[in-house]
Design a protein around this ligand. Structure first.
Ligand code: IPM
Ligand code: MN
Length: 353
């Protein structure tokens, strides 16, 4: 296969983990005889500093014309502490989602046996938990009509039938490929938008008779996720609920530095770690590259290159088993490995496999 990849390293630790992702991608392509080419583009605070726009037109075009985007992270504290800032790095992320039509955000919550003790939950609750959250990404309050003056403000949680149908379709199809259990998360006891979601899901469910579909209010789902994460297989929800629940899900595994995600939709798909730009760690060679590397595995799997994805997952597991780990998941007294060393170890594993 011939792969054209847009690489968006972004801010903070982004460039460091991006490099590890690209190196792993190249090693896998070499191993399996694929050709790959990379085009780099700016985004986030880096792009604001350079051209005043967190998602410039040129970056959009590079993404649009690629087969996939390998994205790292955006965000810089200098914007967080300035409430008057007119442009923010995060707007670049929202612009990318909207312009590429990335309506489906796939966030897997996987647990790694050797990290279970790092989870805030008891080991017996988390061990073996394995579910994915499908978050609608281009609708709802994030993009609905907004208003703000000094005395009043609102955000509108608007959804249309086609927007709901297309995301539910993705969710049902994922459920078919997995353990055939779909949980539709909403707040249908209070919100009109949720009632439409539930109505449409009920209409669609008979088309997927093998899938056991259940409905759960979001407050209950938040509780269930920490009481019994193994209950879930595929969960689907609207943008804002998904934002909140996926942060909750990400810590269940023991380290946020391990979870990748995919955003797919109308144009080029984007693969990125769940974590942010961790500006305090920039340049220190301590950031965990595994979430970025696993996002490369998701990229291959998206193109149905299963063996390629599998080899990356195997290499990541082997690195964890060999205690080749970045500081936040280091075993006490073990050797010290940085971002580059972990990445290199995985590249070597892949090359020798
Ligand atoms: C995420 C992030 C973004 C979101 C922010 C940075 C705009 O929290 O990807 O979950 O809220 O969607
Ligand atoms: Mn979030």
């Amino acid at each position: 296969m011939n792969l054209k990849i847009a690489v968006l390293p972004g801010d903070g630790i982004g460039p460091e983990i991006s490099k590890q992702g690209v190196d792993v991608m190249s090693a896998v392509c070499k191993k399996f005889g694929h050709t790959v080419s990379y085009k780099y583009a700016i985004c986030g605070a880096d792009a604001i500093d350079k051209v005043g726009d967190p998602f410039p037109q040129e970056t959009y075009e590079i993404c649009r014309d690629a087969d996939a985007v390998l994205f790292s992270a955006v965000g810089d504290p200098k914007f967080d502490n300035d409430p008057t800032a007119k442009v923010r790095p995060e707007q670049g992320l929202l612009a990318m989602r909207k312009q590429l039509g990335l309506f489906a955000n796939i966030r897997p919550v996987e647990t790694f046996k050797c990290l279970v003790h790092k989870s805030p939950l008891r080991a017996e609750l988390v061990e073996g938990a394995d579910f994915i959250c499908i978050r609608e990404l281009t609708g709802g309050m994030y993009f609905g009509e907004k208003y703000q003056d000094d005395d009043k403000a609102y955000d509108t949680n608007a959804y249309t039938r086609p927007e709901i149908e297309r995301i539910l379709k993705v969710a049902f199809e994922y459920a078919m490929k997995r353990r055939r259990h779909l949980t539709v998360v909403d707040k249908a006891n209070v919100l009109a938008s949720s009632r439409l979601w539930r109505k449409i899901a009920q209409e669609m469910a008979p088309k997927y008779p093998e899938v056991e579909t259940d409905f759960m209010y979001v407050d209950n789902a938040a509780m269930r996720m920490i009481q019994d994460p193994k209950f879930f297989d595929v969960m689907v929800t609207e943008n804002t609920f998904g934002d909140i629940l996926t942060d909750e899900g990400s810590v269940i595994s023991g380290s946020m530095g391990l979870l990748p995600s995919a955003s797919t939709g109308e144009s080029t798909p984007v693969f990125e770690p769940i974590h942010g730009s961790w500006p305090q760690a920039k340049g220190l060679n301590i950031a965990n590259p595994l979430a970025q590397i696993l996002s490369v595995a998701m990229l291959f799997e998206y193109f149905d290159l299963k063996e390629e994805g599998k080899l990356i997952r195997e290499a990541v597991n082997a690195s964890l088993d060999a205690n080749v780990r970045t500081p936040e998941i280091q075993v006490e007294g073990g050797a010290k490995y940085g971002t580059k060393e972990v990445g290199q170890w995985i590249v070597d594993y892949i090359s020798k496999a």
